[in-house]
Design a protein around this ligand. Structure first.
Ligand code: ATP
Ligand code: MG
Length: 295
């Protein structure tokens, strides 16, 4: 609440526009932390009412997908987007800026959670994704963690998390992924300290292979070869490399947004608002924010 007015003021100043130049007020309606959504939503409504401009409710996950349209060259429609963030892992089929369908998603943890929870098991601070990425560059993927067996386009990361837990609790004894044979905490810590880079490289390799294999499957099923990525995990250096290399090998056109458009950003809400404005997709003033919402 304290920050919203100065942030909007600063954005208006930096843009070189004035409020009267603005045609509509877009805001994130869902999903997200309800406190933040309430503050943004309430402010957007007040602004729309006072300026007599249309109000445009944007879906946060659709906006992550449309972040790919912020840069040139932009993907042609239809395209597939792998959205990998802190709370979501989805494959989205995007037919137009206002028409999207989730064709695969996680049935438990998100990819970002898999990184963050692994980091926690390794004693690393939150958010663990960037740190695992950093240590992975110094190690080799010598440990082979199991890949979940799911036939459709959905993902699962909770089994991987459990196998990492057992593996660490057994100090990597002969690649043990079972619960028995737990070593004492000193041995466990020593094992992690001595093998951190290789453990990170191995976990990272598995998370990425899960993501890339599903994406390959989605391309085969849909015949769509324009492939984009979105969300904070797309900052991962090996994921970016794997996407580029897979794209070259299989003849896809891949699009990887600049880092500032991968994580949460206001530009992705603005471009979503722009396309909804063109489609006359406006919202009533009594629209309420929602913490969780699929599309
Ligand atoms: N280099 C990296 N490698 C792996 N993961 C990373 C990297 N950089 C960031 N992440 C992960 O990205 C996630 C945060 O992404 P993001 O900010 O897009 O999520 P969010 O907006 O909180 O989630 P959602 O959009 O689903 O509500 C964290 O889980 C973080 O660990
Ligand atoms: Mg987000």
């Amino acid at each position: 609440m304290e920050n919203i007015v100065p942030v909007v003021d600063a954005a208006i100043k930096k843009s070189g526009l004035s409020l009267k130049d603005i045609d509509g007020i877009a805001f994130t309606q869902a999903p997200g932390l309800i406190g933040a959504l309430l503050v943004g939503g309430q402010f957007a409504k007040s602004l729309a009412l006072s300026l007599n401009k249309p109000l445009i409710a944007v879906h946060h996950m659709q906006a992550h997908v449309l972040a790919n349209l912020l840069q040139e060259p932009a993907p042609a429609f239809p395209f597939l987007c792998l959205t990998v963030s802190g709370g979501h892992t989805q494959i989205v089929l995007c037919s137009s800026p206002t028409s999207m369908k989730v064709i695969g998603e996680t049935i438990d943890d998100a990819a970002g959670e898999a990184f963050d929870k692994t980091a926690k098991l390794l004693g690393l601070p939150y958010p663990g994704g960037p740190l695992i990425d950093k240590y992975a560059q110094l190690g080799e993927a010598i440990y082979k963690f199991p890949e979940p067996k799911i036939d459709n386009l959905n993902f699962s990361f909770s089994g991987l998390k459990t196998s990492i837990l057992y593996f660490l609790n057994n100090a990597g004894t002969a690649n043990v992924y079972k619960e028995e044979l737990i070593v004492d905490t000193k041995v466990r810590k020593q094992f992690i300290d001595e093998n951190l880079n290789n453990i990170c490289a191995s976990v990272q390799e598995r998370i990425i292979s899960i993501l890339i294999n599903k994406l390959k499957k989605a391309v085969l099923q849909t015949g769509i070869t324009n492939v984009c990525v979105a969300g904070g995990v797309s900052a991962n250096s090996d994921l970016r490399k794997a996407l580029t290399e897979t794209g070259i090998a299989l003849g896809w056109k891949t699009f990887i947004p600049a880092f500032e458009y991968c994580t949460d950003n206001a530009a992705m809400i603005a471009i979503s608002g722009y396309y909804q404005y063109l489609a006359n997709d406006f919202s009533p003033i009594n629209i309420a924010p929602t913490a969780s919402s699929s599309f």
